[in-house]
Write a protein that binds this ligand. Structure first.
Ligand code: GUN
Length: 291
């Protein structure tokens, strides 16, 4: 069976919209600043989708566009301005940043109270030690997909492929956490893992975030496993007007016949990332308005 990320994301966006409407009625609509540096085509499309989602949810969006040759100081000044702006509840700096900019220094400059991406070391540290925090959107979306598909990770063996700061490491921490959506036994595999298949075949829940098409084929999946494909890869396709199509990291058709549940690309994890961003923005707004 296919996990319908579009449908589950729509449910979460509707919940965020209801919360945003309540905040607006109280006189202060939630606001998200969306910072894009340069014109990376994938980033442009993600940022546009995030701003459309804000509009659909009743969240104000504050677009910030800087040229690809913007300096570190310029970007830091922009972040400082957004930190100080009371109408801005959340700050998102789209990654990756153009070469020459220090991504980690920019992330550290964001006020953790506005860190709706959950990438600040304070947010990630709180996640690891089990405190309430902003959970990074893609990992949070993966856990929501599982729970809303009737899959409780508790007691299961979850294998994560990929150790990025944005997905692999935080999703491993989230699945291992002593909390709802956690309590799994977690194995984190990466490029230095010998015999990846030996690990993936033992997974009840397999999260693939390697960034490489064809990372997981049918022979690497235990029958009945739940497979979450986080990959978003553009492959050339002359039959499309855009000249490309999106594929995940998993051989979808082959794996779908072995797994009990699998996410498609597109329409699986992708829409969840944006839905969780809406949800985190509403959460930031509520926390900031607490007396
Ligand atoms: N680049 C890839 N994924 C993300 C994300 O979730 N947030 C931001 N800001 N940049 C990204």
């Amino acid at each position: 069976m296919i996990i319908d990320g579009k449908k589950i994301a729509a449910e979460i966006r509707a919940e965020a919209a209801a919360a945003a409407a309540e905040l607006s009625r109280a006189g202060a609509p939630p606001g998200l600043a969306v910072v894009l540096v340069g014109d990376n085509p994938a980033s442009l499309s993600y940022v546009a989708a995030k701003e459309r989602a804000c509009a659909a949810c009743g969240i104000r969006s504050f677009p910030v566009r800087l040229p690809a040759d913007a300096t570190q100081e310029r970007l830091l000044a922009e972040v400082a301005r957004l930190n100080a702006d009371p109408a801005v509840d959340g700050i998102l700096v789209q990654l990756p940043l153009p070469r020459g900019l220090d991504e980690q220094a920019i992330i550290r400059a964001i006020d953790p109270a506005k860190d709706v991406d959950g990438f600040h070391p304070v947010s990630l540290g709180r996640l690891v030690i089990g405190l309430d925090t902003f959970v990074p959107c893609t990992p949070a979306g993966i856990v929501e997909l599982l729970l809303r598909s009737g899959v409780d990770p508790a007691g299961k063996h979850a294998v994560v492929v990929g150790r990025s700061n944005i997905v692999g490491k935080p999703v491993a921490a989230l699945l291992a956490r002593k909390a709802r959506g956690g309590n799994a036994t977690v194995t984190l595999c990466h490029t230095a893992t010998p015999d990846l298949a030996a690990f993936t075949r033992t997974a009840d829940i397999l999260v693939v975030a390697a960034g490489r098409p064809g990372t997981v084929g049918a022979g690497m999946v235990k029958p009945g496993a739940v497979v979450i494909d986080v990959g978003v890869n553009r492959v050339p396709d002359p039959a499309r007007a855009s000249g490309y199509r999106l594929v995940g990291d998993v051989d979808f058709d082959a794996v779908a016949s072995v797994a009990s549940l699998v996410t498609p690309v597109p329409g699986g994890v992708g829409p969840m990332t944006i839905a969780m961003l809406m949800s985190n923005t509403v959460k930031a707004a509520r926390l900031r308005r607490r007396p």
